[in-house]
Ligand binder design. Sequence first.
Ligand code: SF4
Length: 449
Amino acid sequence: MCGIFGVSAPRMSSVLEDLYLGLYALQHRGQESAGIAWLDGKGNLELQKGMGLVHACLNQEELAKERTKCAIGHVRYSTAGESNIINAQPLHATYSKGQIAVAHNGNITNARALKRDLESRGAIFQSTTDTEVILHLMAHEQSLSPIDALVKSLSKLRGAFSIIAIIEGRLVAARDPWGFRPLVIGKRDDVYYVASESCALDIVNADFVRDVAPGEIVIIEEGKLESLNMPVKAERHFRCSFEYVYLARPDSVIDDKSVYDVRFKLGQRLACTCPCSEGELVLGMPDSGTIGALGYASKSKLPFEMAVVKNRYVGRTFIQPTQRVRSLGVQIKLNPIKGLIKGKSIVVVDDSIVRGTTSKMAVKFLRDAGAMRVHLRIASPPVKFPCLYGIDTPTSSDLAAAKMDVEALRDYVGADSLCFLDVSDLVCSVGLPEEELCTACFSGLYLKE
Ligand code: SF4
């Protein structure tokens, strides 16, 4: 999963700080590297990128002084290609038709085959990202204009790709024909923005204009927006349902559906399909289980408490140098409030179970904190299949629900009861037709190659 953000102003403006803020709002989508590319006053591409969080790799003060008409940015979480500065985006290239910078969110499922073919025709790749395939495909279309070369190149791709690019000085955004990853357009006065999630438009005070449609290519220049369609007919759409369950921020709206509302409805539905007669208190595993827990509590009429507190300063890169720290595991991040749960039969709502190790540790620390009974309720179906479209879920052999049935999983995590939603509950809660949504990690129904 990655985050992308782009801006196009009709005249040279101080919009790079907007880009910085937009990427900051998308930090949850990738913490390994961050980068931005922009056009300087002479029409040349400038780049700033590095490893780590946005504030560590980008110089806000310097960016605030720069002026540009067009810029793109990226935060990376690697699912294809290793975590290395070579793979940090945006990628840029100069070819016979000019300069290009591109940033991408998603996994291109036929990237390996395309790469083999391009290499057999002399292409030399500098990175191991899927994204570079797009640049090489474009470079092989010498007879076409850069925009036509992009359209033709994107038409050869399968899988998930929301991209933003600077091509011929214009901001270009595109969403794959299946609509896997979100992409939205915003506007403030005569400045256009494109972002992975609408929460990034809020931070720059831009109004939400609309989602980029699946299969659409948007070209923005001088305050004008032009729309093209990729010449690929998708039999159905595959908008990622896991964005609503866990990935996206709850203050985002994706394809007209509020992520907060969907999570609340998932919790309400869970209360209907998985009631808990002896539950005395509902709590959510922070942060992504909290809204589901609120929904569960409202429907079941049980009290809700923020009974587990999250230390917000423990990042993904937290190092575990000693056995003592390693054995604390999830407790480094999450701490229960003993006084709220001691002696009680508690209903714990979490967004999903992937490997099962976090749930196991959570049940243990809740029991250690005095909970009498721990009933685990999961506001999504069991994750049984790997994601091929840009989310770093493990292979089936590491997915707890692929190896165990619900009873065996309950026993493994040590809960008194365990209950999941089913796929139809998820689809109903999102509120989009089933043939609009990807549920492959739950159902195994992948896009046919
Ligand atoms: S497989 Fe799951 S995580 Fe991947 S795109 Fe589909 S719904 Fe999203």
